[in-house]
Design a protein around this ligand. Structure first.
Ligand code: C2O
Ligand code: CU
Length: 458
């Protein structure tokens, strides 16, 4: 396999150099993975000069490199210790991974927050291969805004040799002034609408990369949206297919026109032209003026591959039984017209006064919001599900904005939409368009209090 340029996979390279330290570098050193490797993820402020800035920004990260990219084999124990060197508490949520609730990283609900100076070891055996990511679940708007996230690639030996080039493209905007200072991460206008956008767009923390790839090669691009606001619509000026969504392989479908919201991942497969010097552009075609995300330029000997990009081995997820599925419905609403919430506030003794927080409550799910999002006032569950049973859920978006809706600890089948035709695929985060009724189905996983929320974090 052709390695991606060092800038694209810094940690992977470093780990190779460090031998068996850190996460298992599965593809390269399968034997090392039988040993429990010590991997520290050190959450700390790490000043970094962002592209176009004149001075360093106070970014946060788990390692000196950004983005941090870890690789580990599926069905093998994975373990990582969060070391908190920030001045506030934190946790790690392993987005999209089916794991025990105690490892899900939601403060106060699945674990105590990890205080400054403390550490917490996350251990689980990832059952699915694919492109995943991890991020803090505390003070998330600011933490994610400062970059506290990493990419986790879970590898499957069945994929070996399928693609000649395998590269991560981590998308993230930063809200910084030209002197590098971070600007307020939340604005009232943004929070009430499509979210507060960053001012500087980056790919792998820098300007859009130009990657040198062999001619006639199968290229797998793993796009990971680490932004908390930006929704990207892909445009590729060559036949390219989405081969996996949110880590889960899918029957290939055209990449151009596919949207990836915050937290979503899309893997693109393409075969490069069999000529030297050919250029392919991957862009975000949503804005009036498309933004280039990456360029591929062919050089070197041909890999002599032809035909369409191959499908990945199918995802192996529990298949919901649609005939037996219990129906659930969720409506996403703007505002806080909220009789259930008021009833609950009255019953809980907090009184309607607690609604003074409603000035910051712009959104609700089934007319429930989470006032103040305080851990002392955790709202009652939206639904109580039975582990192992099938559920079909209709998501209705009654707001004028798109919402990337995420369910922790599960991947669900996206079955259909009232307003567009969708290819068959599995997701853990799905974009629901204004006025759309979207149906998803899944088998309830292991017991626990699983969060269900919009990933436009504010
Ligand atoms: Cu990326 Cu609560 O999730
Ligand atoms: Cu939303």
């Amino acid at each position: 396999m052709i390695e991606t340029p060092p800038s694209a996979l810094p940690l992977h390279r470093r780990q190779l150099l460090r031998g068996m330290a850190a996460a298992c570098v599965a593809a390269a050193l399968p034997a090392a993975c039988d040993r429990a490797a010590a991997l520290d993820l050190v959450a700390a402020e790490r000043p970094r000069i962002l592209p176009g800035c004149t001075a360093p920004s106070a970014t946060w990260g788990y390692a000196p490199e950004w983005p941090l990219i870890l690789r580990t084999p599926r069905d093998r124990p994975f373990s990582a210790t969060l070391v908190n060197r920030l001045s506030q508490h934190t946790t790690i949520h392993w987005h999209g991974i089916r794991l025990p609730i105690a490892m899900d990283g939601v403060p106060y609900i699945t674990q105590d927050p990890v205080q400054p100076g403390d550490r917490f070891t996350y251990s689980f055996t990832p059952p699915d291969s694919g492109t995943f990511f991890f991020h803090t679940h505390c003070n998330t708007v600011e933490s994610l805004g400062r970059g506290l996230a990493g990419v986790l690639l879970i590898e499957d030996p069945r994929e070996a040799g399928l693609y000649d080039v395998d590269t991560v493209l981590a998308l993230k905007d930063w809200r910084v002034a030209p002197d590098g200072r971070f600007q307020p991460f939340v604005t009232a206008a943004g929070a009430a609408r499509a979210g507060t956008f960053g001012s500087l767009r980056t790919v792998n923390g820098g300007p859009p990369p130009t990657l040198t790839v062999p001619p006639g090669a199968r290229v797998r691009l793993r796009l990971v949206n680490l932004d908390a606001t930006r929704i990207v619509m892909l445009g590729v000026d060559r036949d390219a297919a989405v081969i996996a969504t949110d880590g889960n392989a899918c029957p290939p479908f055209p990449a151009t026109g596919w949207s990836i919201g915050p937290a979503m991942r899309a893997e693109i497969g393409l075969v490069t032209p069999d000529a030297i010097g050919a250029e392919i552009q991957i862009a975000d075609i949503w804005p009036a003026r498309p933004q280039v995300l990456a360029r591929l330029v062919t050089a070197g000997p041909s890999r002599k591959r032809r035909g369409p990009p191959p499908a990945l081995p199918p995802a192996q997820l529990p298949e919901p039984d649609l005939g037996q599925a219990t129906q659930l419905s969720v409506s996403l609403q703007a505002g806080h017209e909220n009789p259930l919430l008021e009833k609950w506030l009255a019953e809980s003794g907090l009184g309607a006064d607690a609604l003074c927080l409603s000035g910051q409550t712009y959104w609700s799910i089934n007319k429930q919001s989470w006032p103040g999002m305080s851990h002392q006032r955790i709202p009652p569950p939206l639904f109580e599900l039975t582990s192992g049973q099938s559920y079909a859920m209709e998501l209705f978006n009654a707001t004028p904005h798109r919402h990337p809706i995420h369910l922790h600890g599960h991947s669900f089948r996206v079955l259909g939409s009232s307003s567009r035709s969708l290819p068959p695929h599995w997701s853990d985060t799905v974009l629901v368009e204004p006025n759309e009724r979207l149906t998803i189905a899944f088998v309830a996983g292991t017991p626990g209090d699983w969060m269900f929320h919009c990933h436009i974090i504010e």
